[in-house]
Design a protein around this ligand. Structure first.
Ligand code: CAO
Length: 438
């Protein structure tokens, strides 16, 4: 018996007139339940509308570049039992793999299709994987294109998107594959233009006992991004010292208040506030290069990423709107996010949208280090352990508590004089903390 079901755009939040950026099926195609039919793209997210059930697409009601809103019908499916049975046999439903999140703070997710009929199972959203949203950017492509690239073994990082805003489409992926097949594309290892000798192969067991320990998933993913950022961004690190003697008196006087509320008041939240003040004073630090590397995108919001050391590796949750929160709110949020990070429970969205990162090793030690910029950000602040040091005040040496700051910056965007000014300004804010917006 024929059972035609209208597939409607489900609740997509506040968005209306969302463009259809991909049509992934044609009329007559047999589709499996949860197979993506079309991809929609709002300003903030790329979303797929999946088939609610297995069947045959009998009518496609949208085409590329149409705009749709909640409730609009995108397709009609024939979900008669015979069709579904044939389809199930032909196309077993594979478990849905998590999709890396696309660039530009976009959230990529599948949205459940509108309920087809009472009591029928709804497609669940594609699960998101925290490690897929590690620092910095991933190529801008929809989940379907990522799947396509994966099937072909094509590395999306090497593909230049030709659609609006640099989005990668199917043709871009096939063009890369073709160029590799014909030998006109550079090999992957040469994609940054380096011709490095391979690392030496050493049989360590010849020299003593060894043990193999696999890298964690987070280490593997973040390692690739760190490597790319280190090689592709000309880093310079500016070091400075902030005299936080007075700030520490204030912090300690307020530590119990924080403790009563169940979190610690560490120097980090003061650093976040000082960083926000410095970003306001030097907007070039709150910026990213656009994809063509011809413009700076200046951000008017203040979301700060904090590097958190977890048993599985480094992750960078983002504290949002730090300009609008006081140090106690920030400390409470930091405690919550860093605990979630350590438990491996951060949501992708909680690691996106950062403007500037802080990596604090102050709780551990050290006097300075060179933090790696978390692209597409253009600077990162490293913080080492404060220590008492004799400071000359013109008449005598005084014991002062000095906090080492290490500001790494992208020299394509920021010149050394501005970096020195930024670091000094930041230090001065901590020294004059009473006039800071705490
Ligand atoms: N100087 C001296 N003491 C400091 C300090 C500093 N710069 N920064 C923190 N401390 C103190 C704190 O006050 C706290 O003291 P008490 O235990 O007496 O209260 C202690 O050191 C531990 O602080 P913390 O590390 O728990 O808290 P935090 O707010 O400073 O940092 C977090 C939170 C999540 C950033 C931190 O736990 C962390 O994971 N740091 C590692 C980040 C990292 O790995 N960066 C490297 C990235 S590159 O690989």
């Amino acid at each position: 018996m024929t059972r035609r079901i209208d597939i409607a755009v489900p609740d997509i939040g506040d968005f209306t007139d969302v463009p259809v950026i991909e049509v992934l099926v044609a009329a007559g195609d047999a589709v499996a339940a949860e197979q993506s039919l079309v991809t929609l793209e709002s300003d903030k997210a790329t979303m797929e509308v999946p088939a609610p059930v297995a069947g045959v697409i009998v009518e496609l009601r949208v085409q590329l570049d149409d705009t749709v809103s909640q409730g609009d019908i995108v397709a009609v499916i024939d979900a008669s039992d015979e069709v579904a049975a044939v389809d199930q046999a032909a196309t077993p439903v594979k478990p849905v793999e998590p999709e890396p999140v696309a660039e530009k703070n976009r959230v990529t997710a599948a949205i459940p299709a509108a309920p087809p009929a009472a009591g029928r199972r709804q497609s669940p959203p594609i699960p998101m994987d925290a490690s897929a949203t590690l620092p910095s950017s991933t190529p801008y492509a929809s989940p379907a294109i990522r799947r396509f690239a994966r099937e072909l073994g094509a590395d999306l990082a090497r593909v230049t998107g030709s659609a609006r805003g640099g989005r990668i489409i199917r043709e871009d992926v096939t063009a890369l594959v073709k160029s590799v097949m014909t030998g006109s594309a550079a090999p992957a290892s040469g994609s940054l233009g380096f011709d490095l000798p391979p690392p030496p192969k050493v049989n360590f067991a010849r020299y003593g006992e060894i043990e193999l320990r696999p890298l964690s998933r987070i280490q593997k993913i973040s390692g690739a991004y760190l490597h790319r950022n280190w090689l592709s961004i000309p880093h310079v690190t500016q070091n400075d010292l902030a005299d936080i003697t007075d700030m520490e008196v204030y912090r300690k006087a307020n530590a119990d208040k924080a403790k009563e509320q169940g979190f610690k008041l560490t120097p980090l939240v003061f650093l976040i506030k000082a960083t926000v003040a410095a970003l306001k004073e030097f907007p070039i630090f709150n910026a990213s290069l656009d994809e063509a590397r011809e413009n700076l995108v200046l951000k008017k919001f203040f979301h700060i990423g904090i590097a958190v050391d977890t048993p599985n590796g480094l992750v960078v949750p983002v504290l949002r709107d730090c300009d609008q929160k006081d140090i106690f709110q920030l400390a409470a949020e930091l405690a919550e996010l860093s605990q979630k990070a350590r438990d491996g429970k951060l949501k992708p969205i909680e690691m996106q949208g950062g403007c500037f990162s802080i990596s604090s090793l102050g709780g551990i030690g050290g006097t300075s280090f060179t933090p790696i910029i978390n692209a597409p950000e253009v600077a990162i602040l490293g913080v080492s352990r404060s220590s008492i040091s004799p400071q000359w005040n013109g008449e005598s040496f005084q014991p002062r508590l000095l906090l080492p700051l290490s500001l790494s910056y992208d020299h394509r965007v920021i010149d050394g004089a501005n970096a020195a000014r930024f670091a000094r300004y930041l230090a001065a804010r901590l020294e004059d903390f009473e006039n800071m917006d705490l």
